[in-house]
Design a protein around this ligand. Structure first.
Ligand SMILES: NC(=O)c1ccc[n+]([C@@H]2O[C@H](COP(=O)([O-])OP(=O)(O)OC[C@H]3O[C@@H](n4cnc5c(N)ncnc54)[C@H](OP(=O)(O)O)[C@@H]3O)[C@@H](O)[C@H]2O)c1
Length: 257
């Protein structure tokens, strides 16, 4: 027998930004693969909606309102999860936002907000959950949602790009440091997927046409197309993959002209 398991039964997962968009899709997808899921973001109602889908699948959902830019909030939430479950097997760092100012107009406040939400939060979550994974020897899997914007210069704005590039590098260093504890650390780099973050942009025919002109598959992604790669990295099927960023991008990052 050669095929390792892609299933996640008995696994306990934490997903940040699980209230909508990509985070909601990943939380439900992990539950479909068998995991129980803790749902973190600031808006309880959104999390309750995601929880409904998870519970319909017969999996446990913990709704834990958390501002992931605040260490105290993170510590409290991780403590609640560990008291309930005793372990965490999978962490998805997905919470993120953007303000698309041109470089000359970026304010210090914008810089701090984007950095804290996209990058510092993922580091603090990884630190707090990484400690638990190390102590409980769960062969933990940490997966951060970076972006094509972390490797290719796009019109997304310089601060967003810097957070995602840093996330890709942070993934490599954490993978190196935590490999000895059997913790796999990887990232998924999406190109365009329709979510509340991107729907306005994608509704602009000119912008959409620019996007498709550099996308070999000639379409934007569908949310289930991110779930497959995430489940692969979260399961035993991906157990020898660490420090990598898997671009889920319809071929965008390999296209020349
Ligand atoms: N959509 C795309 O095409 C695309 C492409 C590349 C990368 N990404 C990345 O994928 C991730 C998800 O994007 P999305 O499109 O699904 O965005 P979205 O629809 O705007 O969802 C973002 C989620 O993050 C949560 N969040 C934001 N700030 C938070 C905070 N301080 N504390 C806790 N949760 C917070 C939001 O909940 P609350 O506001 O309720 O807290 C929400 O649940 C982001 O990291 C984004 O950069 C997206």
């Amino acid at each position: 027998m050669y095929l390792p398991s892609f299933r996640l039964e008995n696994k306990k997962a934490v997903v940040t930004g699980a209230g909508r968009g990509i985070g909601r899709a990943l939380a439900i997808g992990l539950a479909e693969a068998g995991a129980d899921v803790s749902l973190l973001s600031r808006t309880q109602e959104d999390l309750e909606d995601t929880a409904k889908y998870v519970r319909e699948l017969g999996r446990e959902a913990l709704v834990i309102p958390t501002d992931v830019t605040k260490r105290e909030d993170i510590q409290k939430s991780v403590q609640t999860i560990v008291e309930k479950w005793g372990k965490i097997d999978i962490l998805i760092n997905n919470a993120g936002m953007n303000i698309r100012s041109k470089a000359l107009e970026v304010t210090e406040e914008e810089w701090n907000k984007i950095m804290d939400t996209n990058l510092k939060s993922a580091f603090m979550m990884s630190q707090e959950v990484g400690k638990i994974m190390k102590e409980t020897e769960t062969n933990g899997k940490i997966i951060s949602v970076s972006s094509v914007a972390g490797t290719v210069a796009l019109r997304t704005g310089v601060v967003y790009a810097a957070t995602k590039a840093a996330m890709i590098q942070m993934t490599k260093v954490l993978a190196m440091e935590w490999g000895p504890y059997n913790i796999n650390v990887n990232s998924i780099g999406p190109w365009y997927f329709k979510t509340p973050l991107t729907e306005k942009l994608l509704a602009d025919p000119e912008y959409l046409s620019d996007i498709l002109s550099v996308t070999p598959l000639n379409r934007v992604g569908e949310l289930p197309e991110l779930v497959g790669p995430a489940v692969f990295l979260a399961s035993e099927a991906g157990s020898y993959v660490t420090g990598q960023t898997l671009f889920v991008d319809g071929g965008m990052t390999i296209k020349g002209f």
